[in-house]
Design a binder for this molecule. Sequence first.
Ligand code: NAP
Length: 338
Amino acid sequence: MTLRVGVIGAGMIGQEHTRRLTTVVTGAEVVAITDLTADRAERLAAETGARAYASGAELIAGPDVDAVLVTSWGPTHAEYVLAAIAAGKPVFCEKPLATAAADCLRILEAEIAHGGRLVQVGFMRRYDAAYRRLKELVDADGIGTPLMVHCAHRNPTVPVSYTSEMAMLDTAVHEVDVLRWLLGEEIVSAQVLTPRPTGRRFEHLQDPQIMLFATSGGVRIDVEVFVNCQYGYDIRCEIVGETGAARLPDPARPAVRHDGRESTAIVSDWRDRFGDAFDTEIQAWVDAAAAGTATGPTAWDGYAATAVADATVEALKTQEIVAVDMEARPAFYTGAPQ
Ligand code: NAP
């Protein structure tokens, strides 16, 4: 069976996922596209042979749409995910699942009432081969019980529209999800340290930031977010356990010897670093959606990320240690992370 996908949001990542579904992934075709800007949807629809719809609601109700991929702005995600669940259709939602924790909880309730998984949240790092090897090692007790994690998330630069809160909401949110998954523990508190800001920033921006998290089991995590580091896109993660330490490897790039020096290129952006992970992620979604279900990051994971993000944004504002306000995890979402 070919999964007939409807895409809501034909912006940057919507176009990328549409290309991925059309040319990389097997078992799917894009049959419907909508966007707030009708022209943009029509252009992408014409390129892919899909039909442009006037609204997300109409697209979700479309009889030829088997599954929905949500790539519109974050604040619109909850409405579309809830509508897809109401229609009984599998839905892939780019992060965030919702910008308000209360909306995430409504999604959890709706999915539980449906009685089976329909939602996958777009935390693609779980599909990255290097992170997967790190998780296998931790799960196999290769470094003993984890005690501390040191991370860095560096971007060469960001546009002027980037705000200090986005360091958590758009950037460190990926660390939050992947660390919950790697450690199998919830994050229970957040603190944000604000070092001397780089002179190459915009006036409004606190950059870099150091986020400190504690997990339910007492693991301490530090995440350096530095989004104007100038030199490249650099993702680091080292887990220190009772008997050893394990570090995420740098992406494999040839070591070049030239002109009396040896050098290795540093990747320039997130597409370059996580392109393969996105391909694997969307293939996994298609395979599960074709069977009427979902695997991978759950709606609970989306909720947990939003709850941690809320605490971190509060911590940045107050400069205090803020406890994460999180409900108890419903039995529906227990079990080994996938
Ligand atoms: P973008 O380029 O601004 O695209 C968003 C598109 O959605 C725009 O075309 C926008 O239309 C449209 N849109 C907004 N509200 C809509 C609505 N109610 N119904 C239908 N279309 C609507 O943004 P983006 O960078 O692609 O990001 C989209 C989402 O993906 C965000 O949630 C972002 O966090 C996430 N994302 C995730 C990753 C990742 O690493 N997993 C990477 C990038 C983005 P107009 O511009 O005409 O208003």
